[in-house]
Ligand binder design. Structure first.
Ligand SMILES: Cc1ncc(COP(=O)(O)O)c(C=O)c1O
Length: 379
């Protein structure tokens, strides 16, 4: 034990390189006197659409609302009806599922592929029923969940593909998207939701999110729904919500967005160290490809005796996380799904451990953490 601390994540450290630009952005908004909508939000939306390669981007309040608004808009536009089904992975963050059920739609859980830890696209076909209207690939941990199987299954059954890109800003698909063109997360399906929760690869200084899409009708409906359902002032065509992105967060994000690739590359370098250095057979490493496609929002290993492993690491100063310890269908709010036969999702929930992979970790740290991991012995 050398007494050194390996921080999992400290948002002060993460934002320090941007401090000057962030302060300038905040001052600009204060000086503008405009605190809802306006040019800061417009500029951020243009940058986000350009980054993803989509025709439209609509800034919204957070990632859950981004997803929720996509489904709500599909319902309002008559593409989906309450009671329709949406296929979701069994091992995602709860927000993916909340967005579906909040709109009166029914989540249908599909097991992950244990190699990618993403929705197993080969199992989607068997989950389709006459009421299925959409599939939600979640690009979990920053790895794109998109392939020809998913694209073709969705096309065959007329399903919308709604990407949960919350963890995957800047990630790339090996398979061309539904409409060709950009292979970036956010441009692969029919609509995508991003989160800028402060811990994300590009984080706001508060809550923020965005929807990206090429579908102008959907984008307009989302913008209206997020603004009390109004298409013009004091004229409400939907029973809407207030889910707007505010100019302060937009200005902050505009300062950070140009550094998306730099942030992601730093994470890729750490993932490469872990991939090369961790050799302990008790620790299953995530699937690794040296093609720069994943953005490693989390670097997640699997260990049978998670608590022993985590406390071994904690004793040696290595902070870790668990994303996520309980499958969504096992949460108390989803009692109706209790007893689902989803052993893989539960197995992942019981064994996943996230290693430090943020800007708080240097490549030397990752080498040292790997050595500590290699000295771990199972009882
Ligand atoms: C996979 C996934 N979906 C949705 C969300 C929801 O985003 P937010 O926290 O901005 O509401 C998050 C992040 O928290 C997430 O990780």
């Amino acid at each position: 034990m050398n007494g050194k601390q390996y921080t999992f994540l400290d948002l002060g450290t993460v934002n320090r390189p941007y401090a000057g630009a962030l302060k300038e952005a905040v001052c600009r908004v204060i000086d503008s006197g405009r605190f809802i909508g306006g040019t800061e939000v417009d500029a951020f939306e243009r940058s986000m659409a350009a980054l993803c390669g989509t025709a439209r981007a609509v800034g919204v309040s957070n990632g859950l609302d981004a997803l929720r608004l996509i489904f709500r808009a599909y319902v309002e536009l008559g593409v989906m009806r309450p009671g329709d089904e949406v296929i979701v992975p069994g091992n995602t963050f709860i927000a993916s599922v909340l967005a579906v059920s909040d709109c009166g739609l029914v989540p249908v859980f599909v097991e992950p592929d244990p190699l990618t830890m993403n929705l197993d696209t080969r199992l989607v076909e068997a989950a389709v029923t006459p009421r299925t209207r959409a599939v939600m690939p979640v690009h979990l941990y920053g790895r794109v969940c998109y392939d020809a199987t998913l694209r073709d299954t969705a096309a065959r059954h007329g399903l919308k593909i709604v990407e949960d890109s919350a963890q995957a800003i800047g990630a790339m698909s090996a398979t061309p998207g539904r409409r060709g063109g950009s292979r970036r997360a956010g441009a692969l399906g029919d609509a995508a939701a991003f989160s800028f929760y402060p811990t994300k690869n590009i984080g706001a200084l508060g809550d923020a999110g965005v929807v990206t899409t090429d579908d102008a009708t959907l984008a307009d409906a989302i913008r209206q729904l997020a603004n009390y359902g109004s298409d013009r002032q004091y004229h409400n065509i939907y029973k809407g919500l207030n889910c707007r992105l505010d100019p302060m967060q937009a200005a902050i994000l505009s300062a950070k967005l140009p550094f998306t690739d730099r942030e992601n590359d730093a994470r890729r370098r750490l993932a490469a160290v872990y991939e090369a250095r961790i050799t302990n057979p008790a620790v299953t490493k995530p699937l690794y490809a040296d093609d720069g496609s994943a953005v490693w929002h989390q670097y997640v290993v699997r260990v049978d005796d998670r608590e022993a492993f985590r406390s071994y690491l904690a004793d040696r100063g290595v902070e870790t996380g668990v994303h996520y310890p309980v499958a969504p269908f096992d949460q108390p709010c989803y009692k109706e799904f209790g007893g689902l036969d989803m052993p893989l999702s539960r197995r992942l929930a019981a064994t996943v451990v996230s290693l430090p992979v943020s800007a708080c970790t240097s490549e030397d740290d990752a080498r040292e953490i790997s050595e500590i991991i290699n000295s771990y012995k199972t009882k």
